[in-house]
Design a protein around this ligand. Structure first.
Ligand code: ADP
Ligand code: ZN
Length: 286
């Protein structure tokens, strides 16, 4: 039996299950302060004989095994969680192997193993929600270098008609600053879910998403790109993304049929938690 934690900025999802993605029990815990949230997380796993625990976390996080702060949440704007030793807190209670990666890298692993990219040795998973992040599998491995990628904060070319200042506290008008859920809400004065019939909203959103995807294609050449998160519930955006991407790439790179190449998660909203079970499985095998 494996344990999984999908640690998010608004909620922690904890589950127990197996490496085939079968989930036997799960609980959702609000993200408040570490002492409170982690007490409930620990209480959940105490009920089960878990052999390993996988954590897919919001970040930035320290994933460098050599680092003295490995397993920490590092520079998050959620101040109570800044410099918080997430992995160590779990290890102090459960003496089992712990796998640790970003939430989006976990989701990429889930989708590559059991979801829309099953059987492929590369894929990219992007979430467009409260923030934007992406994880990737490259040549069969989760992408990691100096640290984990932070693909939501790339710089994009601003649309000539868009004068919105941008919402990223670090870079203002980076991709996340212009296109995450809170940016949509501030620019248009209403939540994305209430703007479904405003074509210009989704055309502009698709314009920014297509730019980001073009850069991911040019740099990583993933075999499949999977788009999740709350904003992607606006499924009418997919054809608009295909339209903008086709124009931007301008036949320079030969791409598969876009409706099969850029898709919703095969695991739906379970991509992250399933990937976290797989992180636990990897930790057990190592
Ligand atoms: P989180 O990123 O916090 O894990 P979500 O992926 O649900 O959670 O993202 C929340 C963001 O997505 C909010 O900014 C919200 O307004 C936006 N959002 C949620 N549902 C929809 C929807 N159906 N259409 C457009 N935007 C949505
Ligand atoms: Zn940014």
């Amino acid at each position: 039996m494996l344990g999984a934690i999908e640690a998010g900025g608004t909620k922690f999802v904890c589950a127990v299950g197996d490496h085939l993605g079968n989930i036997m029990d799960r609980v959702t815990i609000p993200t408040t302060v570490p002492e409170e949230t982690m007490k409930d997380v620990i209480a959940f796993f105490k009920k089960y004989p878990v052999e390993a625990i996988g954590i897919g976390s919001f970040g930035p996080i320290d994933v460098n095994l050599e680092s003295p702060t490995y397993g920490y949440i590092t520079s998050t704007p959620k101040t109570a969680w800044k410099n918080y030793p997430l992995v160590q807190t779990i290890k102090d209670v459960f003496s089992v192997p712990v796998g640790f990666n970003t939430d989006v890298n976990a989701a990429a692993l889930g989708e590559a193993t059991l979801g829309a990219a099953k059987g492929l040795d590369s894929c990219l998973y992007m979430t467009v929600g409260t923030g934007i992040g992406a994880g990737a599998i490259v040549q069969g491995n989760l992408l990691q270098g100096l640290s984990h990628p932070e693909m939501g904060h790339i710089l994009v070319r601003r649309h000539p008609d868009d004068s919105y200042k941008g919402k990223c506290p670090y870079h203002h008008d980076c991709f996340e600053g212009l296109a995450a859920g809170p940016a949509i809400e501030e620019r248009w004065g209403d939540k994305g879910a209430n703007l479904a019939d405003r074509d210009e909203v989704w055309d502009l959103e698709a314009y920014y998403i297509a730019q980001a995807l073009m850069q991911y294609i040019l740099i990583l050449s993933p075999k499949k790109m999977i788009l999740g998160g709350g904003v992607m519930h606006q499924e009418q955006i997919f054809p608009l993304i295909y339209k903008h991407l086709t124009a931007m790439v301008n036949e320079y790179v030969v791409l598969p049929e876009l409706s099969e190449y850029i898709v919703l998660p095969g695991l739906g909203d379970n991509a992250g938690i399933t990937g976290s079970l797989l992180l636990a499985h990897q930790a057990l095998q190592q």
